[in-house]
Every structure is written in structure tokens, then in C-alpha cells.
Design a protein around this ligand. Structure first.
Ligand SMILES: [Zn+2]
Length: 198
């Protein structure tokens, strides 16, 4: 697979942060095989933007920019958090897993959570997909997808992710987990502009 040049990555970052119209270079990052952006309705857009706001809040505290919000079927925010791995040293402190932990001991039933949605500023990693499965959350809406995020992660060993899609994890679930994304790519991607080590 051809590695994108630094110039290409810069153009992608400008595109994602909305500072320039999409000049789409023919690289693997913008290949037609990448998933297209999914349009969202007003409600999903509102809560995904809230998750993206958490990603900025986490970044301001020195963390990697990820945020998550869990919302019940009737629109109540059940839990929300950002990735705090850097400030805590806890490598499991991803936004979605942190938000799932906040559900503990609060009396939510499996049925309630099956009807809930978790909004994540980025596609959940393997660990967070597992946490979403164990929480019995029935619906996921995410911002930037893992493949595009790799343009920001680069090749550093401490920044690369395990390249298994959350959809593969959800497909292995005995109960259905609806997964929607990528969405709001420009807004979700902007949080990552300049946030990763070269
Ligand atoms: Zn994660």
C-alpha cells in the first residue's frame, strides 16, 4: 500500500478541518473504497456534535481528541466523557469505555440500553466496541472513521490502532448493534488537526 506524502496528509487535514474545498488526491486515503459520509438527521447530528465537543475538551487537557455521549431512546444523556488516557496514564481510558463505565450502578436495564445510542467523535476501537457490546448498547453513531484517522495517527508504534473495524466486532455479537458512520467528517476530523505526534 502506497504511503501518502506529507503534502497529501496536509491537504487531507485542511479538507477535514473545512479550510479548503475537497481537492481529492488519488491516494489510498481518498480511494473510492473508503466509506462515504453518512447524512444524519437533526437529533443524531446534535448529539454527535456534543461528542465532538468532548473531543476538543479532552484535547485541551492534553489528551488525544476523542469524546463520547450515551443517549437514551427518549433523548436523555445517560453518560458522557472524553479520552483521558494521557492525563491518567490509564490506557483503557478511551471516551466510549469511560462513558460506559459511568453507566455502572445507576440502575439502567439491558432493555433501556438496547434502545440507547452511543455517539462517538471517531469510530470505536476494538476495546470500545467490546465495551459497547457488553453494555448492551444497541446503536452507534460515529464521526471520523478509523481508516481516515490513520492519516493523523501516522506510523508511530504508540499511535497506531489495531486494524479491526468495530463493525466486525458488532457483527460477531449475538444481539444486533446498529452502526452508523462516518458522519460529520469535517467537524470530527478537525479535532485531530495537529493533535498527533509526527
Ligand atoms: Zn477505544
Amino acid at each position: 500500500m502506497r504511503r501518502a506524502s506529507d503534502g497529501t496528509i496536509l491537504r487531507i487535514r485542511r479538507f477535514l478541518s473545512g479550510r479548503r474545498p475537497p481537492a481529492v488526491p488519488r491516494t489510498m486515503l481518498f480511494s473510492p473504497s473508503l466509506p462515504p459520509e453518512t447524512p444524519l438527521d437533526e437529533r443524531d447530528g446534535r448529539y454527535l456534535r456534543k461528542a465532538i465537543a468532548w473531543s476538543h475538551a479532552g484535547r485541551r487537557r492534553g489528551n488525544r481528541p476523542f469524546g463520547a455521549v450515551i443517549v437514551s431512546a427518549d433523548g436523555q444523556v445517560l453518560a458522557e466523557d472524553y479520552c483521558n488516557s494521557t492525563e491518567t496514564g490509564d490506557v483503557t481510558g478511551h471516551a466510549e469505555t469511560n462513558a460506559v463505565r459511568k453507566l455502572a450502578g445507576r440502575g439502567f436495564t439491558r432493555e433501556q440500553l438496547a434502545e440507547a445510542t452511543i455517539y462517538s467523535s471517531a469510530e470505536p476501537c476494538v476495546m470500545c466496541a467490546g465495551a459497547i457490546f457488553w453494555a448492551n448498547i444497541g446503536r452507534v453513531v460515529f464521526g471520523i472513521d478509523a481508516e481516515r484517522l490513520r492519516a493523523f495517527r501516522g506510523e508511530r508504534g504508540d499511535q497506531r490502532d489495531a486494524e479491526l473495524s468495530c463493525r466486525d466486532v458488532f457483527r460477531a455479537s449475538p444481539h444486533p448493534i446498529e452502526c452508523i458512520g462516518p458522519a460529520l467528517l469535517g467537524e470530527a476530523g478537525a479535532a485531530h488537526d495537529g493533535a498527533w505526534k509526527a
